[in-house]
Design a protein around this ligand. Sequence first.
Ligand code: PLP
Length: 375
Amino acid sequence: MVAFPNIPQALLPADGRFGCGPSKVRAAQIEALSSPLLMGTSHRAAPVRDVVASLKDGLRALLAVPDDYEVVLGNGGASAFWDVACACLISSRAAFGSWGAFGAKFASEAAHAPHLEAPLIDEAAHGSLITVSPRGTTEGVDVYAYPHNETSTGVASPVYRVEAPSALTLVDGTSIAGAAPVDLPQVDAYYFSLQKALGSDGGLWVAILSPAAVERARRIEGSADGRWVPQFLSLSTAIGNSRKDQTLNTPALATIIMAERQVRWLLERGGMEAVSAHCAQASSLIYDWAEANLAARPFVENPTWRSPVTATIEIDEAVSASELAAHLRTLGIVDIGAYRGVGANQLRIGTWPSVEIGDVEALLACIDYCLERVL
Ligand SMILES: Cc1ncc(COP(=O)(O)O)c(C=O)c1O
């Protein structure tokens, strides 16, 4: 085990939170919890419902949501939305583009759902992706799904519709929604959690739904000989509640308040154009640094697939990346270790809209400071 050096205070970032979600929550978001003081009040009363309405409106503006698409929210985070989709959006069979841990998790849910046909899964190796293409009509696929940003490997995919008659395209935008533009008319469900680019806390999912997705849920849930859909997983119930700026059961109010504040802040900063430029700049600093550094390299070889928000970097095998991450943690730089099982010797760094460019520069200076003294 190498002995990493102490790092002079002047080199350290002002804020050392670089996790890939939960991500940095800004002080102004935390202050919003007490002013106005809505914590401890009913989510069914007007003041909280106004915040939900404002969050939905803000997301419409930030993500350029088409007028006929609905912004829906529910409890349980994106993981719960996978089960909602298995219950209410997949009629019979789904086909998945699967890469990294999070591509695989949705496919696995569908594979275990007893009411669904075995899914068709196209897998790509860690650090790469595949383009999902339409299956033949005999294969009976009615949903296609893939992640926009795969968080464990740091791979960002283009967002596109899989052109197949009557099939829905579902895209997991969990770790990039709010940080990169997305052409929503290409998809039927773009779903995400709020503890990533929106810098809030966990516990809720948001799904931007096309009319076709809303209709699919209505049809599956309304069919007389239909499957059992637990109420907690009912998309139609979530849609009905969201139209009233509510959720079926009690939501994490802090998550809603902090997300609303963040969406307003992102819009004030210049909206998607400015925010995505910020994330591209922050992540490029890391990729450029790694390419220029003999002791590091970007894990994702294809530059067009490199995530603008979750940068994965392989470190020279002479230095343990996990020990380096553990050392930096003692100095207040937290959560930059690899996702378990990804890469040989990796760091993973979140470059969210809330993460300052100066802090990314300081982080890289700190990593350099350590590497130069142990190699
Ligand atoms: C791409 C992706 N999808 C889904 C999830 C699951 O989100 P949650 O933990 O909010 O359920 C995550 C969590 O990190 C993720 O990164």
